[in-house]
Ligand binder design. Structure first.
Ligand code: 13P
Length: 335
């Protein structure tokens, strides 16, 4: 696949007014989400829930792509249509999570590094054959008094860059995701500094591995203070700091940047995105790739009464997509 082909997929992922639904929770992560609302973590429950999300009427009005998990990309609707086919019919680009999650980084207490490079080339080939057009790899950066070490930042970014190069070789757009966690009591300034170090080092690593920026997407956290910090930041402060750090670190040749929600509420994630897009123009489209902030209200409804609330849960998901889609244009308002 040519770089032009990769670039056109990347641009479609961040088409105006649209964003991405992350529904790629690992079996362990979805267990936590299900447990919180009293759903048993069985394969059939996971399949039924993902079917609800993927078959939401008119989802593609505001959703350009969906990130699936290994189990999900192989599943079907109850009527027997493969989920990949459901996406194709709706004109939604199929993405796949390919990392194997973070583990403790030996020698650096508190830091983690994401695994999953071994055997990745053949896994990517298989996912491409199943219909995936982009892939996601999430690195996790924790902030404490002693973390992150520069070694942790480099190790994670080296892995992200190796993964991204393999994706482009396989004809998949890499969505490179360094997530700086909101956990902790750090200030806005510390969050800014960590984001700056991580993003500068990331684009160096991508350059070193010959990754073509034109065919990649950045998925990043926003610059926010830790959830336990005494002073929370205003929506405008978050937008200003987030845009500033991106302009400082991210090459203009990148087709787009998307944000994760990372534990922000629905209202916060949407108002931050809207504010970010109200202070433009920016060198790239700035959109969303939310998991929790897209799904949590729909999951809550579905868990209450699966049959009676089915359509309402889908409507709620559609509304979250619409609100976030408007926020990518700076056109959302809380009314
Ligand atoms: P959240 O929006 O729930 O943080 O999930 C996004 C994601 O895909 C993290 O990798």
């Amino acid at each position: 696949m040519s770089i032009e082909d990769l670039e056109s997929i990347a641009l479609a992922m961040v088409a105006p007014g649209k964003g991405i639904i992350a529904m790629d929770e690992s079996t362990k992560t979805i267990a936590r989400r299900f447990e919180a609302v009293g759903i048993k973590n069985t394969q059939e429950n996971r399949r039924a829930y993902r079917e609800l999300l993927l078959t939401t009427p008119d989802l593609s009005d505001h959703i350009s792509g969906a990130i699936l998990y290994d189990e999900t990309i192989r599943q079907q609707t109850s009527a027997g249509m493969p989920f990949t086919e459901v996406l194709k019919k709706a004109g939604i680009i199929c993405g796949i999570k390919v990392d194997k999650g973070p583990v403790a980084l030996a020698g650096f207490p508190g830091d983690v590094v994401t695994e999953g490079l071994d055997g990745l080339r053949s896994r990517l080939e298989e996912y491409a054959a199943l219909g995936a057009q982009f892939a996601k790899w999430r690195a996790v950066i924790r902030i404490t008094e002693d973390n992150p070490s520069s070694t942790a930042i480099e190790a994670n970014n080296h892995a992200l860059a190796r993964y991204a190069a393999l994706c482009q070789e396989a004809g998949l757009v890499p969505m490179v995701e360094p997530e700086v966690l909101m956990d902790g009591d750090h200030s806005m300034e510390v969050s800014y500094e960590v984001h700056e170090s991580v993003l500068r080092s990331l684009f160096n690593a991508l350059y070193e591995q010959n990754v073509m920026f034109e065919g990649a997407i950045l998925k990043t956290s926003m610059v926010v203070p830790g959830c336990d910090y005494t002073e929370q930041a205003s929506v405008e402060e978050v937008a200003e700091a987030t845009v500033r750090v991106l302009k400082t670190c991210v090459p203009a040749s990148l087709p787009g940047v998307v944000f994760l929600s990372g534990g922000q509420s629905d209202a916060q994630s949407t108002s931050h995105l809207n504010a970010i897009n109200s202070v433009g123009p920016h060198p790239w489209p700035l959109s969303f790739s939310y998991g929790r902030a897209m799904q949590q209200s729909a999951l809550q409804l579905w868990s209450g009464d699966r049959e009676a609330n089915y359509a309402e849960a889908q409507k709620t998901l559609y509304m979250r997509a619409k609100e976030n889609g408007l926020a990518t244009l700076g056109q959302w308002s809380s009314e």
